[in-house]
Design a protein around this ligand. Sequence first.
Ligand code: FES
Length: 105
Amino acid sequence: PRVTYVEYTGTEHSIDLEVGKSVMQGAVDNGIPGIDADCGGECACATCHVYVDEAFLARCGEPGEQEASMLGFAATAQPNSRLSCQITMSPELDGLVVRMPEAQH
Ligand code: FES
């Protein structure tokens, strides 16, 4: 399935992401800037913060408890904020678009 990452500057990167991999992993593996993932996907750093395109928000599911609490610390959190290490690629998410916040630029 296809994922498009949009940097804060508007630069877009589209990749094919294997089902089962996290959206964070896809960015790291492909050297896409804007997702630092300092904690390596442990849901403990919030440097993989993304804004999920509204069309895909419901399909991504609700943030978990730990994720919601980490997002609570992110000054730029919005209702469509998610931690990309907690979004697992699935066929339903084909075409997913995520945007990176200014803080990760
Ligand atoms: Fe650290 Fe997602 S990689 S919270």
